[in-house]
Design a protein around this ligand. Structure first.
Ligand SMILES: [Mn+2]
Length: 427
C-alpha cells in the first residue's frame, strides 16, 4: 500500500505553484462565464476501470523487456491498481480477464479487493487462445467455428466467466472475438456472422438480470482478411440482435487509420448502444499506447461527444470506461497514471466547451466560430483543475511525481523477487 503521507508530502511540494495556476485558471473560466464548480463535480464523477492485464510489462512479437517488481498474481495486480486509485482517486474498479487472472477463490479475491477500496468492472472472456487441457482448438475460430462442438465449448466458457464475475460483484461481460478468416474463401462470410450471433444469444440468455454484454469490434488481426466483428456497424447488428442489455464497446486502437472515431461514438450514442470504451492510443494499428499520447485532439473530440450526451441526458447513456493498453517501454503503473491524467484532462476540456455558444454557431452555420468554440476549450490548460479535483479527494496533484517519491517500485522489486510474471497479450 501507498503511504498517504507520501501523497500529502508530494502535494505540499507542488502546492504554491499549483495554487497560483489554479487561481489564474479560475479567473479565466469566470471571465468566460463557465461554471467551474459544476465542471469540477462532473470531473470528480469520471471513473475508469483498470484491466488486470496491464500491470506487467507487455511485449511485442520481437520481445519483452520486463521491469522490476512486476505483479506475480492477481492479488499483487490489485495491490498495484490500489496504488493507482490512491493517487488518482479515479480507478476504483478492476476489469478481470478469465483465464489469465482467474481467481482460485473469487470470494477471497473480492474481499481482498474490498480491503483495498476496489471493486470489479466487466469480466473479459478469452476464446482467442487455446488453454492447457482444452478439448477443442480455437485455431479456426470460436463462435464462428464450423464445428458446433467448438461453438458449444466457447459458449460454456462464457457462462463460466459470467459465474466468476457474479461472485466478484461484476455486472458486465466484455466479449472480444478474434474470429475471422485470413484468406478469401476460408469462411462463408454470412454464415460465420450468423453462427456468431447464435452463440452470443446463448450467452445473452444466461446473463443475470442486471448485467450488460459488450461486444468489441476490430478491423483486422489476428484474422487478416475478414474479421467477423470488423466494425461498429457489425457490433451494432449484434447488439440489436441480442437485446436491450447488449451494447458496443469502442476500443480506440481498433480502427483503421483516419477513422473518425468521434463520429462512430456519436452514431452509437444515437442508437442507444454505446456500451463503453477501451481507452488507448495508436499511431498505426492496435498500438496500445497511453491514451491521449499521439492524438490528444481526437481524444478531446471523443470526450466532447460523451459530455454532450451526458449533459443532454440522452436516454440509456451509461457508458462504462475502461483502459486497454500494453506497456512495453514504461513502468506500467506510471503509464497508467499518465493515461488516467490524460483522460481526466481531455474530459475536463470537454466539460469546458461553451455548449450554448456552440449550438448558436451551429444553428447559424458559423463554421469559424463553431470550430473556435471547440478549440477554445481544447487549448485551455486544465491541468490545475484536474489536479485540484484529485487532491480534494485525497489524491495527488502530480500522480507520477508522488509515485516516484513513494519508492513503491523499489519496494515491490525487492518483495516480489523469485517468481516470474507471465505476460498476456493485450485485448
Ligand atoms: Mn480492447
Amino acid at each position: 500500500m501507498l503511504n498517504p503521507e507520501t501523497i500529502s508530502a508530494s502535494n505540499q511540494a507542488a502546492g504554491d505553484g499549483h495554487l497560483r495556476d489554479l487561481d489564474a485558471l479560475a479567473a479565466r473560466l469566470q471571465r468566460q462565464g463557465l461554471d467551474w464548480e459544476r465542471s469540477a463535480a462532473l470531473l470528480q464523477a469520471f471513473e475508469v476501470a483498470v484491466p488486470s492485464w496491464a500491470l506487467g510489462t507487455g511485449g511485442t512479437r520481437f520481445g519483452r523487456f520486463p521491469g522490476g517488481g512486476e505483479p506475480r498474481d492477481i492479488y499483487e495486480k490489485l495491490d498495484d491498481i490500489a496504488v493507482i486509485h490512491a493517487l488518482t482517486r479515479a480507478t476504483p474498479r478492476v476489469s478481470l480477464h478469465i483465464p489469465w487472472d482467474e481467481p482460485d477463490d473469487p470470494g477471497a479475491l473480492r474481499a481482498h479487493a474490498a480491503g483495498l477500496d476496489l471493486g470489479f468492472d466487466a469480466v473479459n472472456s478469452n476464446t482467442f487462445q487455446d488453454q492447457p487441457g482444452q478439448a477443442l482448438s480455437y485455431k479456426f475460430g470460436s463462435f464462428c467455428h464450423t464445428d458446433p462442438a467448438v461453438r458449444a465449448q466457447a459458449v460454456a466458457h462464457h457462462l463460466h466467466v459470467i459465474d466468476v464475475g457474479r461472485s466478484l460483484g461484476s455486472e458486465s461481460i466484455t466479449v472480444w472475438l478474434a474470429d475471422g478468416s485470413s484468406y478469401p474463401g476460408q469462411l462463408h462470410l454470412r454464415h460465420s456472422f450468423e453462427r456468431t450471433l447464435d452463440c452470443l444469444r446463448q450467452v445473452y440468455a444466461a446473463l443475470p438480470p442486471t448485467w450488460r454484454l459488450y461486444t468489441e469490434h476490430k478491423p483486422y488481426e489476428p484474422a487478416f482478411y475478414a474479421t467477423v466483428v470488423a466494425d461498429w456497424g457489425t457490433s451494432l447488428l449484434l447488439a440489436r440482435g441480442l437485446g436491450e442489455r447488449a451494447a458496443c464497446l469502442v476500443d480506440l486502437g481498433h480502427h483503421l487509420p483516419n477513422t473518425n472515431i468521434e463520429l462512430v461514438v456519436a452514431r452509437l450514442i444515437g442508437a442507444g448502444r454505446l456500451g463503453g470504451f477501451h481507452f488507448n492510443d495508436a499511431r498505426y494499428g492496435d498500438d496500445d499506447l497511453n491514451a491521449g499520447s499521439v492524438k490528444p485532439y481526437q481524444l478531446f473530440l471523443i470526450m466532447n461527444e460523451l459530455v454532450d450526451a451526458l449533459l443532454a441526458g440522452v436516454p440509456g447513456f451509461t457508458p462504462s470506461y475502461m483502459i486497454d493498453q500494453s506497456h512495453n517501454l514504461t513502468d506500467p503503473i506510471e503509464a497508467l497514471l499518465v493515461t488516467v491524467d490524460n483522460l481526466q484532462c481531455a474530459y475536463a476540456k470537454a466539460l469546458l466547451v461553451d455548449r450554448a455558444a456552440l449550438a448558436e454557431h451551429q444553428q447559424a452555420n458559423d463554421v469559424i466560430m463553431a470550430e473556435r468554440t471547440l478549440r477554445e476549450a481544447f487549448d485551455t490548460d486544465v491541468r490545475p483543475l484536474v489536479a485540484a479535483v484529485r487532491a480534494r479527494q485525497g489524491g495527488a496533484l502530480d500522480p507520477v511525481a508522488a509515485f516516484r517519491r513513494s519508492g513503491y517500485r523499489a519496494a515491490v522489486t525487492q518483495a516480489r523477487a523469485g517468481r516470474e510474471y507471465v505476460p498476456p497479450q493485450s485485448l
